[in-house]
Design a protein around this ligand. Sequence first.
Ligand SMILES: Nc1ncnc2c1ncn2[C@@H]1O[C@H](COP(=O)(O)OP(=O)(O)OP(=O)(O)O)[C@@H](O)[C@H]1O
Length: 231
Amino acid sequence: MTMSLLRAENLTKTYRVGDIDVPAIKGVDFAIEPASFVAFVGPSGSGKSTLLNMIGCLDHPTSGTLRVLDVDIATLDRRAAARFRGEHIGFVFQDFNLIPVLTVFENIEYPLRMVQKWPTEKRRAQVLRLLDAVGMADQANKRPDQISGGQKQRVAVARALVSQPKLVLADEPTANLDHDTAYRILELMKKMRDDFETTFVFSTHDPKIMGAAEVTFTLEDGRLQDGGHHV
Ligand SMILES: Nc1ncnc2c1ncn2[C@@H]1O[C@H](COP(=O)(O)OP(=O)(O)OP(=O)(O)O)[C@@H](O)[C@H]1O
């Protein structure tokens, strides 16, 4: 049997709010293969963020299993989850989340300094490679407030990929971008998938992402519609 990058079996998540149980994910099954370009879509409150948080090892399932790179994430304590994230998962957010006091170069380098502890020269070469890949080599010394929204998201994509993760999670990555910029960022991410064989998993309302995704999973009230729709 080949290993899936992600595999969920009867996965549930119920939040406890006071005395009340709030079921957010109500038993979902899916498998996602390496080098996929996948979107989870669905109305507000359908469970997209809840699911992405579990895939990102930020939260544990209530029941069922979720395997990420063949690791049952329920077995990871907080510290092990942080290490696992640092080694295997990159994140892209709708509001970019760049560090304002660091340059473009330093923002991309950050995961390598903080988590990976690569030696200086290897780090520098890798950052330059990513700067080049996202077309930001000539902006390396600027700070985030000196570049556009689309450029910020390019930097965020480079940062997510710099440690060569197998998986990038992107929560509404195009929400704050204009139409053309959003398409260019999507093209960039697909190229990164092609070049690095990274799997991209999106959570989104954006029809542009739904169109670009190769596999779409539709969530409705905590359940997957027709078990994943291949386009
Ligand atoms: N920390 C929490 N505590 C309690 N309930 C929560 C929590 N987070 C989410 N929920 C509930 O779980 C359900 C799913 O929420 P979730 O945020 O996963 O949906 P979503 O599809 O990401 O929505 P949106 O598109 O608006 O971000 C909702 O009923 C929500 O109110």
